[in-house]
Ligand binder design. Structure first.
Ligand SMILES: Cc1cc2nc3c(=O)[nH]c(=O)nc-3n(C[C@H](O)[C@H](O)[C@H](O)COP(=O)(O)OP(=O)(O)OC[C@H]3O[C@@H](n4cnc5c(N)ncnc54)[C@H](O)[C@@H]3O)c2cc1C
Length: 493
């Protein structure tokens, strides 16, 4: 036919973002997903992680709006709201309640299901793409006559209604040809097994496992008149872990006044998976804020559990094999401990990088796969350091800890402790939201402020010791708003 064709395995965030980019360079793009997509905003079996709190980082919000203009407006139409995270959200860190201030940035309050439904529906509007449901890929079609090249995917016979399938009656399988195959099938990708079946060694893997678990539940929020006036944190509350108390609770407002609560624990301190245990765990948190909020609400779901909370990286960038025409993206390339909320954003960042590589090499260049994987590894280095790198600070997380990593974590602790300095905390926010590379925390101007804050804090501790005042108490609930602070309301889209 002479027309170029790209296939994407998996129609979630990575697959849809990659498919969007590919639609600019290939005549046709086919996205195959084994799942059935719901109409509108609803749960689906293929992404069980959606039952746990998902927050879209600012960088991700901007990336998806760029890929799919109208994304934010559609999200609002479906019930999403925007908030200012540093003003409308209460966060308890080891050092105390995060100072409240207006960042001027708008963060999306929406469930993962809503966000995915918007991306999917906008993707479907592209002219040269097909999004096929109930289309499981069961292998890669690899040509090893010359330099190995992936020339398509294998699907069960009859699973796709397309005239372009090459049938193999012998084993009830069919192949669909493509110039490029993109693995976006998530952290549990079967590509390593498919490659092994073609006698190609799979790429090496690094796993950094902080032995963490999630338990989550949905709640229906109260009518506005029952929300206490002094509770300025209308968008949610987050209790972060402390070195001596490795549990977290993240309670976020989503669309239609529904709230999503995820409890997490590290070093096998798995939160309970039964309703009574879940409630008791919430009551024992080091602040009563979330227990008090849930007392105003109705639970509307069972408790869901997830124990697959780890960082996993497949090193395609240094793969000893060569396979043209095949790339991996999203969680299939690198999955992060979700506590840092990077996955959906990291997938979009890689898709943007794919666009850059396609512009440089063109869709037919044999070097595309290798060059893309190198570029992808580079762009994922920052998120990896902020997730796996930080998890390695814990003695119970297995993995190598070079001196540079130890210093990185020690410095990050100091940056966190210096976050009462507005310049430092803005920088920290931008880095955590992947708006800036993490190296920007090491700029001299920031390091000087971090150092100055540490000296000031050491002096304050000394003075407390000498004045016998003891340690500064952290109030159990966030401090009330100052008289000068105006009442909060959802931020306009
Ligand atoms: C508990 C938990 C909480 C998380 N919280 C956050 C968060 O707050 N913020 C954030 O940004 N990220 C979060 N993540 C990560 C986020 O879910 C993923 O990074 C994100 O979904 C992007 O993943 P993906 O598209 O690569 O894969 P997935 O979303 O996992 O999608 C893979 C897709 O491939 C399909 N598929 C799989 N195998 C096949 C096959 N053989 N053939 C065809 N189709 C196939 C599946 O049906 C699915 O649609 C969280 C993850 C977990 C586990």
């Amino acid at each position: 036919m002479g027309r170029t064709h790209a296939i994407v395995i998996g129609g979630s965030f990575a697959g849809l973002a990659a498919g969007r980019v590919l639609s600019e360079f290939y005549d046709r793009v086919t996205v195959l997903d084994r799942d059935t997509f719901p109409d509108g905003v609803a749960d689906r079996a293929g992404v069980p992680q959606a039952r746990h709190v998902h927050g879209l980082l600012l960088r991700g919000l901007h990336e998806y709006e760029r890929f799919f203009p109208g994304f934010e407006a559609l999200a609002v139409e479906r019930g999403a709201t925007f908030h200012d995270h540093t003003y409308d959200f209460a966060v308890l860190r080891p050092q105390g309640w995060t100072p409240r201030y207006r960042s001027g940035l708008k963060f999306l309050s929406a469930s993962r299901e809503l966000i995915e439904s918007c991306v999917r529906d906008l993707f479907r509007r592209l002219p040269n793409v097909a999004l096929c449901e109930r289309a499981p890929v069961i292998g890669l079609d690899i040509d090893k006559a010359g330099p190995p090249r992936c020339r398509g995917v294998v699907v069960p016979r009859g699973s796709l209604a397309t005239g372009e399938l090459n049938s193999n009656a012998a084993d009830n399988r069919e192949t669909l040809d493509a110039d490029l195959v993109v693995d976006a099938s998530g952290a549990m990708s079967r590509a390593p097994q498919w490659l092994a079946a073609a006698e190609l060694r799979p790429a090496e893997e690094t796993i950094v496992d902080p032995l963490a678990g999630y338990s989550s539940r949905w709640f229906q929020g109260p009518p506005p008149e029952r929300w206490p006036q002094e509770w300025w944190w209308w968008a949610g509350a987050y209790i972060r872990r402390r070195p001596d108390d490795l549990v977290e609770a993240n309670f976020q407002l989503k669309e239609h006044n529904r709230w999503h609560l995820t409890l997490s624990g590290f070093n096998r301190r798995y939160p309970p998976t039964d309703e009574t245990g879940f409630t008791a765990f919430v009551e024992r948190l080091r602040s009563p804020i979330i227990a008090e909020m849930t007392r105003l609400m109705e639970p509307i779901s069972p408790v869901y559990a997830n124990r697959a909370i780890r960082n996993r990286r497949r090193h395609y960038e240094s793969w000893s094999e060569r396979l043209d025409g095949f790339i991996a993206i999203g969680d299939a390339f690198c999955a992060y401990n979700p506590v840092y909320a990077q996955g959906m954003t990291a997938a979009a960042m890689s898709a943007t990088m794919l666009r850059g590589c396609l512009e440089r090499f063109g869709p037919a260049d044999g070097a595309l796969a290798r060059e893309f994987h190198r570029a992808e590894a580079e762009i994922q280095h920052g998120p990896w350091m902020l997730s796996a790198g930080v998890d390695l600070r814990f003695p119970f997380t297995a993995g190598d800890r070079p001196l540079s990593l130890k210093l990185f974590n020690q410095y990050l602790d100091r940056v966190g402790a210096a976050a009462s300095d507005p310049v430092v905390r803005t920088r920290l926010l931008e880095v955590a939201q992947l708006m800036r590379p993490f190296d920007d925390l090491f700029e001299p101007a920031i390091m000087v402020r971090v150092g100055a804050r540490e000296i000031a804090q050491a002096a304050a501790s000394l003075s407390r010791i000498f004045s016998m005042n003891g340690a500064r108490d952290i109030p159990p609930m966030p401090p009330p708003p100052m008289a000068s602070e105006s009442p909060s309301a959802p931020v306009a889209a």
